[in-house]
Design a binder for this molecule. Structure first.
Ligand code: C5P
Length: 227
């Protein structure tokens, strides 16, 4: 079974998806980590910067998105683990606004999306899956068994985003958080390939009205009663 959860940045989809996967005993695929891993490695190994990462060369993309080198797995708590050439790079993938921006820029590239489409579908062939991202119900798994679109008001998402960044040691004002979110939302929604949108047939949930536990419970009950 495939369950997709899409939505804008800081809509709570990753935590919801992880907890839902745990509850169902499914594999959790956080597709954002794949884009983050690519951006991190393009900067670390290939010398890209925020100015150039939106237009990486095909050989550079292919060297990094080689499935013999880049592996996606989950630990016993369902947290994503990304390894490159056997070493765990996960701690570097959520460490600040540079990697946030770089992954957003690199993710608009056609070849990047094309290769990662196959990577995600291959994982879906091996597991019952809860996957979260921007295009998982619209492009990656358009025939998913259940599709959800999570959202929340901008002010609330900005507050969550700021809290997350501060927990990771990045000082940020609410104005800066709001500005960064708007830029990323705009870029994700207006890119020509696989933009963020509400997938056809998706159930929309505004989780500004619910706690995390309530959100997971709503999704879980919808799946249980419609199987
Ligand atoms: O979800 P997260 O913020 O970790 O994703 C990092 C970036 O990767 C996002 O800003 C988005 O631009 C991109 N992304 C995407 N498609 C997905 C998942 C993430 O374009 N399915």
């Amino acid at each position: 079974m495939i369950i997709t959860i899409d939505g804008p940045t800081a809509s709570g989809k990753s935590t919801t998806a992880k907890l839902l996967a745990q509850r169902l005993g499914f594999f959790y695929l956080n597709s954002g980590y794949l884009y983050r891993a690519l951006a991190y490695l393009l900067m670390r190994d290939k010398g890209y910067s925020l100015e150039t990462i939106g237009d990486p060369t095909e050989p550079d993309i292919q060297t990094i998105l080689d499935t013999k080198r880049l592996e996606y797995d989950c630990d016993s708590q369902g947290n994503p683990i990304i390894r490159f050439d056997g070493s765990n790079i996960t701690p570097y993938l959520k460490t600040g606004s540079q990697i946030d921006q770089a992954s957003s820029l690199a993710s608009a590239h056609a070849i990047v999306r094309h290769i990662l489409l196959d990577v995600q579908r291959d994982i879906g062939k091996k597991h019952d899956l809860v996957i979260d991202g921007r295009d998982t119900g619209s492009v990656v798994f358009p025939y998913a068994d259940f599709k959800f679109y999570l959202t929340a008001p901008l002010e609330l998402r900005a507050q969550r985003f700021m809290n997350d960044e501060q927990r990771r040691g990045n000082k940020m004002s609410i104005e800066q958080a709001t500005k960064q979110l708007k830029i990323r939302d705009e870029r994700d929604m207006t890119r020509s390939i696989a933009p963020l949108k509400i997938p056809q047939g998706a159930i929309i949930i505004d989780n500004g009205l619910y706690t995390l536990e309530e959100t997971v419970e709503i999704l879980y009950q919808m799946i249980r009663h419609n199987q």
